[in-house]
Design a protein around this ligand. Sequence first.
Ligand SMILES: *Cc1c(COP(=O)(O)O)cnc(C)c1O
Length: 502
Amino acid sequence: MSLYHSTRSRAISRTSKEAIREGLAPDGGLFVCDALGAEKFEVSRLAEMSYSEIAQAVLQMLLPDYTSDEIAACVREAYEGTFASPEVTPLVPLESLGTGSIDSPVSVLELFHGPTSAFKDVALQMLPRLMARAGDADGDGRVMIVTATSGDTGKAALAGFADAPGCGITVFYPAGKVSHVQELQMTTQAGGNVAVCAVRGNFDDTQSAVKRIFADSALAERLGAAGWTLSSANSINVGRLVPQVVYYFAAYAQLLRAGTIEVGDEVEFCVPTGNFGDVLAGYYAKLLGLPVAKLIVASDANNVLYDFLTTGVYDRNRPFFTTTSPSMDILISSNLERMLYYLSDGDCELVAALMAELAETGRYEVPADLLARIQEVFGCGWASEAEVSDAIRSCWEGHGYLIDPHTACGYHVLERTPAAPGARARVLLSTASPYKFPRAVAEALDLAVPEDDFACMETLAQATGTMPPAQLASLQSAPILHGDVVDVDDMGAFVERAALDL
Ligand SMILES: *Cc1c(COP(=O)(O)O)cnc(C)c1O
């Protein structure tokens, strides 16, 4: 049985079920599995496989202690009837962007057809199902999910965990730092086991405070006495990461079926990212045998990853920008730690030292040989706010295709990055419906922009002939159920109350 252990030490090992239940390793590291990539996915079978069949195969490789019946049930519950597309993540071809060679056509992988219109649904429809099957057969403990969100994770986690048996969920978001629609999506969430709270601070403050809550042993003891274990739904959880690996294979399957590529051809992926979760899943797909040419990391104005990937210096000591792509406004990219682990050939000591440096000084630098290996796999670019806006307009004018500001960061970067040699197709991951950010999109199209976000949706629909997803349009009339605002230091007490009140 291949086991998971911390990125910072091999001393403690866990089954994938235990890793999913615990979220974060006890030493603060992230769970990784050394067997990743030992077994390869049979890419030649992809053309005939449905999304569910691909998910079954990928999950079984990465979560070997789940039975195949358990995985089948998880896949069925997560993806059958919950996404508004039979492909789950449909691939839409765009004409050549002009800069890539003619041999590498561009397609958009739409990841936003789930219940909350953002790509996080792909993982967060799955995680509660995996968690429900991760407990001891005789255990009757309950799991309290605690999550910090920069906007989209919160709602997707709430939608996944609301009324999930044996679970509670508490979501914290930075007050005033998420879009109006995102906030309403969370504050209108129904469910007997959900708590939602705004925090005075930015996303990094909020996420750091959640990490401290997990490290608070006195709190853990009090909650434990009442039968509760804390766990995370952030993209540091193995159960979040693994479902995201699936859609890279699903994109490849669709390219095969469309005749765009043949089995074995390399594909380049451009991924709008902040926490490095989405693009890391692409790296896992590559390790599992998917022919990936290059993974291009696209950032917004918070371009800490761009600087890291070009210089080898990770430095979070910099101004924080609140942008129109709030889900990428992140200065601490947690999942980078897993990439450092794998690309340093599993050097736990190095990873532990770098993370200690990051915690102390907010900065670290990787050795030159490691940087070179990273750069072989990952390209990078970033978009300023003006460039995001231009990208939305130019994609609409050039292709008649509407993109949200997160996807627009990727579009901008893809337009300016020559295709990797050997790439037969390029795929841009689209991470949110444009209707989740109607104001920024309408402004980019130079439309007369009304005060209210829902009026903005209507303006956008009329101007473009596209339709808002039903679950977003109906938010306008939904009752607000959550209104708490706390300081960073009071988040632990809020979680405790939420658990003990259940
Ligand atoms: C979360 C999110 C991202 C970034 O995801 P990572 O896990 O940081 O890679 C990008 N776009 C949208 C819309 C998101 O919600």
